[in-house]
Ligand binder design. Structure first.
Ligand SMILES: Cc1cc2nc3c(=O)[nH]c(=O)nc-3n(C[C@H](O)[C@H](O)[C@H](O)COP(=O)(O)O)c2cc1C
Length: 197
């Protein structure tokens, strides 16, 4: 429980990223996600080493495709991030629109798989940060990466080793997000203006 309750996204990531058996074990956590209909809609692509530059350039091309006026500083930042982060796990959504399981449930399963990966990274001493960005919704980029429509992207998990003595973010108390059912519509502390942002 201490491990679970101490997870936090890691913004600054150093070498090494997980590899070999430990990487396989971490990614295996995805296979434990709840999954209505056993569709296993999650897909993961690992990107490390020289392949990072190729993906970084595809990200930049996507940004320019979506916004021809995208600021150069934003491009430089993303290119740097994707080409220097020790490893990026690209999250794919292998969706089946014709299946009786609603798409929202397929997406929720992908999210649960991603969360399991983030937790497994933390449990194994690594760190991760799940980012999206507008390029996550670019069908051209998704197809280039292996997810042609109706499949799509769910984002990118930057992966590596976090700073050893980073400050962990304070978390709100869960009591403002929980209520016991008493037969009437509930209201939550979180929605009463009681919780400071
Ligand atoms: C689907 C999804 C997309 C996200 N996209 C971004 C993003 O593009 N950029 C970003 O800074 N954080 C993004 N986040 C939030 C971070 O992953 C992270 O949750 C946040 O920095 C807070 O850190 P914490 O996980 O320790 O609470 C996203 C989270 C989710 C679930």
């Amino acid at each position: 429980m201490d491990l679970l309750l101490s997870r936090a996204s890691a913004d600054t990531l150093h070498e090494p990223a997980p590899s070999g058996r430990i990487l396989e074990t971490i990614l295996s956590a995805a296979m434990r996600a709840p999954d209505h209909g056993k569709l296993r809609p999650w897909r993961m692509i690992t990107v490390s080493g020289d392949a990072r530059r190729d993906v970084a350039e595809r990200i930049v091309a996507s940004m320019k495709r979506l916004d021809p006026d995208v600021p150069q500083a934003k491009i430089d930042k993303r290119r740097h991030r994707f080409s220097t982060t020790p490893m990026t796990i690209i999250l794919g959504r292998h969706l089946r629109p014709d299946n009786k399981i609603p798409l929202i449930e397929q997406d929720l399963a992908v999210g649960a798989a991603a969360m399991n990966i983030l937790n497994a990274l933390h449990f194994a001493g690594f760190g991760g940060l799940w980012v999206s960005g507008e390029m996550t919704c670019d069908p051209v980029l998704a197809a280039e990466l292996g997810f042609p429509a109706p499949h799509a992207l769910a984002g990118f998990i930057f992966t590596g080793t976090p700073e050893p003595d980073r400050t962990l973010p304070k978390r709100r108390d869960v009591t403002d997000y929980v209520a016991e059912w008493n037969g009437k519509p509930v209201s939550f502390g979180a929605d009463q203006g009681k919780v400071a942002e």
